[in-house]
Design a protein around this ligand. Structure first.
Ligand SMILES: Nc1ncnc2c1ncn2[C@@H]1O[C@H](COP(=O)(O)OP(=O)(O)OP(=O)(O)O)[C@@H](O)[C@H]1O
Length: 510
């Protein structure tokens, strides 16, 4: 077996790792090290190749060229069973859990070799690990009952309990977390580091990198363009330019409040009641007005009714009491009627909910974007292609070629596709959940600017976001979901993040 003559100690080292998809080189000659007791952050724009690299280290993909060394020897990590046997665990963006099973059973599936295991012992191990690392999770809860933060904690406990884990790969872990959870997540990473784990952390958040990384590598177009250790001094601006190359990061500009602006209601809910998937009450006595040409930002701890409210506003879920009107007309259930009334929708989980396997970007575009132009009995694809090619939205968001299959796009590029599709329609009303989730910083600013411009052209926008900075930067009004109520509206100029945060926790009494 080939020997690695480089200096040890490291847990894992790669040499010239390359991965191609057809003619596309997703990773080119990557040299990287993971050391024990150390956090190595991986930065890069959408599509730069971060997930591909991590998937080679977790054994999902086999490298086309290059070597991976562990314990001084060249190792083969493909398929993931081999990577796991070498002590590598990965916490994916889309969690690999079974909703119908309990936390304990999900962990048993991953770490026990059969069903004849000692449940009491496993429960105790779960409790011990979750206490040690601040990963609160109830072993007896069903996974479908858990919010995204809790599901992620389950995934981490699962990886930690797998025998021999010493390297943990996190793929954009904080993109699904609310600010308070991000803080606990970073504390947990520090505990893992102190216990000697080697951590690989993919993130788009420079502040997280500056807060915790011992080493940073920046990927651009499949290559490492910059690498530095904490002791060399890590600087946000240097990291941003390494990611973006010669492009510059533009500030988001929002004109001041325009009192002359049309404030006619585009959409209204009065006396609304929403129940959840299991018949539980989610929101009651709901009053909401979406004025034309304004952005109404919705703040709230995750699981406060955001998903259910968004679904009601696109006809995917019924109000169980009260009325919903668009342009004065009462709406019934059914997305078709909502689309015809001019509503566009970006869901909170586009990768799961909006990507149809095998369909190209162009095919996705006709589903809720570019209006169909029939050609005989079919669709005029030439027209769709030319609309897409001339779309300023597609250009601004640097959308991949229309013929690309959407299920081969990177996570951030799926988000770009869904956003382009929503913007291209110039909808009367846009219901948009977490627009910057999974986007790199440059694209985040581009989409934020587009939303401001869309509102200026008259679109009424309801913006769900976990990022209070984003809500304050974009919104004309803010509302808060808390204690089964929607409270507000508040003017951003008359409140601040601390007050909104307090209302998120305490509701109207705040
Ligand atoms: N299975 C696949 N088939 C074809 N192309 C792929 C496949 N997986 C990824 N790619 C392409 O490889 C490139 C790198 O993708 P990757 O998912 O690694 O990017 P990323 O840096 O993780 O992006 P993001 O920040 O958006 O998650 C992209 O151009 C992507 O479209």
């Amino acid at each position: 077996m080939a020997k690695d003559n480089g200096p040890i100690p490291y847990l894992l080292r790669t040499n010239g790792l390359t991965k191609r998809f057809g003619s596309l080189i997703a990773n080119r000659s990557i040299d990287l090290e993971v050391s024990p007791g150390s956090i190595h952050a991986i930065l890069g724009e959408n599509g730069a190749g971060k997930s591909t690299l991590m998937k080679m280290l977790y054994g999902v993909y086999e490298p086309d060229e290059g070597d991976i060394f562990m314990d001084g020897e060249r190792v083969a990590l493909h398929p993931p069973t081999k990577a796991r046997a070498r002590g590598i665990g990965m916490v994916f963006q889309d969690f690999r859990v079974v909703p119908a099973l309990t936390v304990l059973d999900n962990i048993a599936l991953a770490v026990e070799s059969g069903w004849r295991f000692n449940r009491k012992k496993l429960r105790q191990r779960i409790v011990d690990t979750s206490t040690k690392y601040g990963l609160a999770v109830d072993p007896d809860a069903y996974v479908w009952q858990l919010d995204l933060g809790q599901r992620q904690r389950l995934e981490i406990v699962k990886v930690l309990l797998a025998p021999g884990t010493r390297i943990i790969i996190f793929d954009e872990p904080t993109s699904v977390l609310v600010p308070q959870e991000v803080e606990s997540f970073l504390k947990m990473l520090d505990l893992l580091r102190k216990d000697g784990y080697g951590i690989l952390l993919i993130t788009h958040k420079i502040n997280e990198v500056l807060a915790c990384a011992d080493q940073v590598s920046v990927l651009r177009s499949g290559q490492i363009t910059y690498t530095a250790a904490r002791e060399d001094g890590l600087e946000g601006d240097t990291l941003i330019s390494a990611m973006m190359g010669d492009k510059s990061l533009k500030p988001v500009m929002k004109p001041g409040a325009d009192t002359a602006r049309d404030t006619e209601a585009a959409l209204q809910i009065s006396g609304g009641k929403i129940v959840g998937d299991h018949g539980e009450s989610v929101l009651t006595d709901l009053q909401l007005t979406l004025p034309k040409g304004q952005i109404v930002g919705v703040a709230g701890i995750s699981g406060s009714g955001q998903r259910e409210l968004a679904e009601v506003l696109f006809g995917l879920r019924k109000l169980t009491a009260g009325t919903l009107t668009i342009g004065g007309t009462e709406m019934k259930e059914g997305t078709k009627a909502f689309m015809e009334a001019g509503v566009s929708f970006v869901s909170e989980d586009p990768i799961k909910e909006s990507v149809i396997p095998g369909f190209s970007i162009m095919e996705h575009m006709v589903l809720d974007g570019i209006p169909l132009k029939p050609k005989g009995a079919g669709i005029d694809w030439k027209h769709i292609r030319s609309e897409l090619d001339s779309s300023v939205e597609a250009e601004a968001l640097a959308l991949a070629d229309g013929s690309r299959r959407a299920d081969t796009l990177s996570g951030g590029n799926v988000q770009r596709m869904v956003l382009t599709r929503a913007l291209i329609r110039k909808p009367e009303i846009l219901i948009i959940s977490y627009p910057s989730r999974g986007l790199d910083i440059g694209t985040t600013r581009t989409i934020q600017q587009h939303l401001i411009e869309l509102a200026e052209q008259g679109t009424a926008i309801l913006l769900f976001s976990e990022d209070l900075d984003e809500l304050f930067k974009l919104s004309d009004q803010l509302v808060v979901l808390s204690g089964k109520r929607l409270i507000g509206p508040y003017l951003p100029s008359e409140t601040d993040a601390a007050q909104i945060g307090y209302r998120m926790l305490k509701g109207e009494s705040a």
